[in-house]
Design a protein around this ligand. Structure first.
Ligand code: PMP
Length: 304
């Protein structure tokens, strides 16, 4: 069971987390017509009277875009002000994860997005490591990443996570930690809730947007950091066989941060990972606001 933060935002007000409950008839529960965000925050290691949120503006913009796909007009600045108030009210004492969610809250049946009540809630939980920082084993999933012609992949649409769930469970039940999904064209897309990077001959490679990936905010951060460090970067399609001969492979995501991959299917990868470690260390320093060159990525919230 998770340690939930005590206060949630629900139906336009802050309430105890336990009181933020929905009916079994809620439309989104049946049709997957919700969309969510996921942000990490920490108490400032340099100043316990403030909390730090990583790339708050980008997360709010992505959720606002997701809401648009659900025919719900929810401006990014509205999301941002609720999240800031949410953190102030909760006064988190350890590393935490915020889950903002938009959804069709109506109690009527029939799948649709028009003429239907919507709502926006926010809750949070304490969250340490999501995947082992020592490295994970990955199975190539028998489930494929969806295509944008079937659902909007630029949004974090809740219904889409059936594919992630099938893939993750298939991987875990067959002895792996995580799943890597191909897209409909047989190219590497991403993991169940993370983007993927490989390193070959000193070059950092990740699938581009045309490979049906989520527009990951950690992915964007890693690419920027790598370019700033002078690491050659290329966004291109990746074949399955390249995964097995890569010098390094890692996953990126808000929950997973930068997680090394140590094995894919029956191929053991090297445990020497200079580029993965360099990027991970830099990302950690940035999220802890120890790197002034990236202070624009860190939103500081006073807690008193
Ligand atoms: N892909 C999927 C399917 C995800 O759910 C996530 C987590 N949000 C990511 C990639 C990574 O995105 P981000 O770095 O923005 O957390």
């Amino acid at each position: 069971m998770h340690n939930f933060l005590p206060i949630a935002y629900f139906q336009n007000q802050f309430v105890p987390f336990e009181n933020a409950t929905v009916s079994i008839a809620t439309h989104a529960l049946h049709y997957g017509t919700g969309a969510f965000g996921g942000l990490r925050g920490i108490p400032d290691p340099q100043n316990p009277n403030q909390a730090l949120l990583f790339r708050l503006d980008r997360h709010c913009k992505r959720l606002s875009n997701s809401a648009r796909f659900l025919h719900f007009d929810l401006p990014a600045d509205k999301i941002q002000s609720v999240i800031v108030d949410f953190v102030r009210k909760n006064q988190p004492k350890s590393s935490f994860y915020i889950r903002p969610f938009v959804y069709t809250s109506d109690l009527g049946i029939a799948p649709r997005l028009h003429k239907i009540e919507k709502d926006f809630f926010v809750y949070g939980l304490e969250l340490g490591d999501y995947l082992s920082p020592e490295g994970v084993s990955c199975r190539i999933s028998s489930w494929y990443r969806q295509e944008d012609r079937s659902l909007p992949l630029r949004g974090k649409i809740s219904g889409a996570y059936i594919t992630s769930s099938l893939a993750k469970t298939e991987a875990v039940e067959s002895g792996f930690d995580e799943a890597i999904l191909m897209n409909a064209h047989g190219k590497v897309s991403e993991a169940s809730g993370m983007n993927i990077f490989i390193v070959r001959q000193g070059q950092l490679i990740t699938p581009g947007y045309e490979q049906d990936i989520l527009e990951g905010i950690t992915r964007d951060s890693v690419l920027t950091i790598a370019r700033d460090l002078g690491i050659p970067v290329v966004e291109r399609s990746i074949d399955k066989s390249e995964l097995f001969i890569a010098d390094e492979v890692f996953l990126s995501g808000t929950a997973a941060k930068v997680t090394p991959v140590r094995r894919i299917e029956n191929y053991e990868l090297s445990n020497v990972r200079p580029i993965t470690e360099k990027l991970r260390d830099k990302l950690t320093a940035i999220t802890e606001n120890r790197d002034s060159a990236y202070k624009d990525w860190v939103y500081v919230i006073p807690l008193d």
